[in-house]
Ligand binder design. Structure first.
Ligand code: EPU
Length: 447
């Protein structure tokens, strides 16, 4: 319905405050269902994804009030046991209610989740974890059903350090009987935030932020007050936006340590960034150099910054190579950047970006959240006017994106698109993203 009209070529200048982390708050909202009393969550960003997960937990019986960045969640005595398709289809993180539902209600039925179309995004590792905790899992026609009268602690080795699987298993394990060890766990700062919230509710979680997480099951949890960590990806997006435009911007409310993998690469590319005035300050770039980037689980370079950094590297002198190892389909912004004058060659999981190619304005579309951000940054750097469509993706994860950019001097406005909206039919429960088939057709039992 809407698009962003951007007139590029103006260096960003000023100060921007980063909101609370989207990827930290979503699991924490689900985890609030584990307690028997209300929690207050602070610094909650007002995002479409946050509202969607709140609607889902309301459906499960919770009461939710969101005002001025403060979220009060009163969990139900016992959560409802069914999460329907129309509520979970909107985003992948909906699947994170499964662990808490199973732990509190002993059973859960949930449709397979939707989300950004950046890969097939299976859920086998979540199910492996629940199964090892003693749950009986069946699936059929786009629905997963899990049952466990009493979850029991176990040793769970993840084949890949999946963020979502680590979170889901952790939430189920805190109320399990006995001890659980999660090996090859994800180490992202959002996992540490979740563990801190769980511990402040009375859980016993040690080792979050390392590869081995140890959980001692407890009988019950009590609601608490918790402040969400700053969004490292939003912070990174503003740092790169400043660099793309040759601007000078102070990014406030950041934890520099969480941004180290990105800061190291931006430094290599010649972007001057310093810790100053309690934040991170980007100074105008003198000469941007091409670099090699490989996305990896934390503390590697974040896949959620790959598209934005690609926009930046289109402006560098010399070629760059970006290798995407986390998601297999996260290069959909390439064709859109090419419309703006970029020259990028795809070869398997790598993109070779030709440097020294000034960008020009074009009409482009966001295919997913971070791709949308990348196109906005390219538009800010480009000569002339750009229009970025499919803003529903951007609204999922950036709070007041264009308002914050405008306050930094960007010429960016949201307009209603002239063209008529196209509707795509999607068969419930079977397809995710752009007509991609989910991994669970037919029926069966997980073992
Ligand atoms: N994977 C499996 N099996 C599983 C789970 C994951 O094979 O059971 C694979 C995925 O297919 C993917 C890889 O593991 O190739 C990484 O997936 P992961 O589970 O770590 O990602 P996620 O939990 O689905 C979260 C973020 C993403 C972010 C990734 C990686 C949330 C709500 N989402 O997704 O954020 O890209 O971790 O860091 O926390 C975004 O914010 O734009 C976004 C997509």
């Amino acid at each position: 319905m809407y698009e962003l009209a951007i007139t590029g070529g103006r260096p960003l200048k000023g100060t921007v405050r980063v909101s609370g982390s989207k990827n930290a708050v979503l699991p924490i909202i689900c985890a609030a269902l584990l307690a028997k009393s209300p929690s207050i969550i602070e610094d909650v960003p007002d995002l479409v994804d946050v509202r969607s997960i709140c609607t889902l937990i309301e459906h499960l019986g919770a009461q939710v009030e969101l005002e001025g960045g403060k979220l009060r969640i009163t969990p139900p005595e016992k959560p409802d046991t069914e999460a329907p398709y129309q509520l979970v289809r909107r985003m992948r993180a909906s699947f994170l209610v499964l662990g808490p539902m199973l732990a509190r209600a002993g059973k859960a039925k949930i449709s397979l989740p939707g989300g950004c179309a950046i890969g097939s995004r299976p859920i086998d590792l979540h199910l492996k974890g629940f199964s090892l905790l003693g749950a009986d899992i069946t699936y059929g026609y786009g629905t997963i059903e899990a049952r466990a009268r009493q979850l029991t602690g176990s040793r769970i080795h993840l084949d890949f350090p999946s963020v979502g699987a680590t979170e889901n298993i952790l939430m189920a394990a805190v109320l399990a009987k006995g001890n659980t060890v999660i090996e090859n766990a994800a180490e992202e700062p959002e996992i540490v935030d979740l563990a801190n919230y769980l511990n402040s509710m009375g859980a016993s979680v040690r080792g979050a932020g390392t590869k081995i997480i140890r959980v001692k099951g407890v009988d019950h949890l009590t609601g608490t007050t918790h402040k969400i960590i700053p969004d490292r990806i939003e912070a990174g997006t503003f740092l790169v936006a400043a660099a793309c435009t040759g601007g000078e911007v102070l990014v406030e409310n950041v934890i520099p340590e969480h941004l180290q993998p990105l800061l190291a690469k931006l430094g290599e590319a010649g972007v001057p960034i310093f810790e100053e005035q309690g934040g991170l300050k980007v100074y105008p770039v003198k000469q941007l150099r091409g670099i090699k980037v490989k996305t990896m689980p934390y503390p590697g370079f974040p896949t959620d910054m790959q598209p934005q950094v690609m926009s930046l590297l289109c402006l560098a002198s010399g070629n760059s190579i970006i290798t995407e190892t986390v998601f297999e389909n996260r290069f959909q912004h390439v064709s859109q950047l090419e419309k703006m004058g970029a020259r990028i060659k795809l070869s398997g999981r790598s993109a070779i970006i030709e440097g020294d190619r000034p960008l020009h304005g074009a009409v482009v579309k966001a295919s997913d959240l971070r791709a949308g951000a990348a196109l906005v940054l390219a538009g800010l750097a480009a000569r002339g006017e750009s229009r970025v469509g499919r803003l529903n993706h951007i609204d999922r994860g950036y709070e007041q994106f264009e308002q914050k950019l405008r306050a930094l001097g960007a010429r960016i406005t949201r307009k209603i698109r002239a063209e008529k909206m196209l509707h795509h039919g999607v068969h419930p429960g079977i397809y995710i993203g752009q007509g991609r088939r989910q991994e669970f057709p037919g029926e069966g039992k997980y073992q």
